[in-house]
Design a protein around this ligand. Structure first.
Ligand code: UT7
Length: 322
């Protein structure tokens, strides 16, 4: 038994921000950003929230699957940039879409969050606890990005993607792997509020995203091909038998490095980072939805979804489309 994706949806904030606009904020250029990352623009929230974007994406995924909100049994929202500690974004989504029968909670594994949430949904369905789930990745990173740091503010964008998954007997998720390495957490960090109470006081530091870009770059290029091979071995497939590789949209050069190591042509690695930048946990379902809505996915096609990011975390999932 496994789960199959029967609906996809996505949502972006209305405001699109070009590289040229970023050059008015930090010392950078459109040419540098495009050449070093492949990013040409991103969407930035002017009021949209993690929950409102996720709710839009989930609503579209349900519509795409031909299901009603009342049928949903589980809602998982992966995010590392929620507005509220409580209620969690997933409960806000439940309320906004009217999924009155669902249980809902959030999950944070940074840019690997959507994949880890998808695998969690698989575990719930496989064990018979639930029959279906809405799984979303949603981020409003613009509120935790340091807009004075050219090493990070050029990269990230806001947005959400979601899938509706159901129990299936054949196909669907054929194999997956996930890894965490907490000893390298400092490579990509974003602090919360400092500890402050009547009994203790801690100096508040700037709680923005801090990143060692080169470290993450080499982690992704070295680790992701191995992780994909591991997931493919579990599915008893080789890279040559995969139709499309949908990777976390962090940097075009990272994706090129991974394609080279896997020995697979770049035309099997669709990308949307030129328009949306790095949307962390939203990037894989956002890309999947765009491809699905173009009608590019046919039954029997094999996809690899793979992501990496803060934690450090990474994972890969092999899917047979139905
Ligand atoms: O979602 C997962 C999390 N994040 C990632 O996956 C990010 C992974 N890393 C990357 O994408 C790349 O490392 C970056 C795009 C962040 C940086 O690219 P890079 O090729 O690794 O550049 P670098 O950090 O090695 O810097 C090269 C030069 C430096 O100047 P010097 O020391 O050579 O004079 C930087 O100061 O480029 C400079 N630089 C910039 N110049 C113009 C760094 N950022 C910028 C910028 N505009 N925005």
């Amino acid at each position: 038994m496994s789960i199959k994706i029967t609906g996809t949806g996505s949502a972006l904030p209305v405001r699109a921000v070009t590289n040229e606009e970023i050059t008015h904020l930090v010392d950078t250029s459109d040419e540098w950003i495009r050449e070093r990352t492949g990013i040409g623009g991103r969407h930035v929230s002017t009021g949209e929230t993690v929950a409102s974007l996720a709710a839009r994406a989930c609503g579209l995924a349900l519509e795409n699957a031909g299901k009603s909100a009342r049928e949903v049994e589980l809602i998982l929202v992966a995010t590392c940039s929620p507005e509220d500690v409580t209620p969690c974004a997933a409960c806000q989504v439940q309320e906004q879409i009217g999924a009155v029968n669902a249980v809902a909670f959030d999950l944070n594994a940074a840019c690997s969050g959507f994949l880890f949430a998808l695998h969690t949904a698989w575990a719930y369905v496989e064990s018979g606890i639930y029959q279906n789930a809405l799984v979303a990745g949603s981020e409003v990173l613009s509120k935790i990005v340091d807009w004075e740091d050219r090493g990070t503010c050029i990269l990230f964008g806001d947005g959400a993607g979601a899938v509706y998954v159901e129990k299936c007997e054949d196909g669907g998720i054929l194999g997956f792997v996930q890894h965490s390495d907490g000893s390298r957490g400092h490579v990509l960090s974003g602090a919360c509020r400092a500890l402050e109470n009547p009994f203790f006081h801690q100096e508040q530091t700037k709680n923005y995203i801090k990143m060692d870009g080169r470290e993450i770059f080499s982690f992704a290029v070295r680790q992701i091909p191995k992780t994909i091979e591991e997931a493919l071995a579990r599915a008893e497939l080789s890279a040559g038998e995969v139709d499309l590789f949908l990777l976390h949209q962090a940097n075009r050069r990272i994706i090129e490095g991974i394609s080279k190591r896997l020995g697979v042509d770049m035309d099997r690695f669709p990308m949307n980072l030129e328009r949306v930048g790095n949307t962390s946990s939203a990037s894989i379902p956002l890309l999947l939805d765009e491809i699905n809505r173009k009608g590019a996915l046919k039954p029997g096609m094999r996809l690899v979804l793979s992501g990496f990011g803060g934690g450090l975390t990474c994972g890969a999932c092999v899917v047979e489309w139905q």
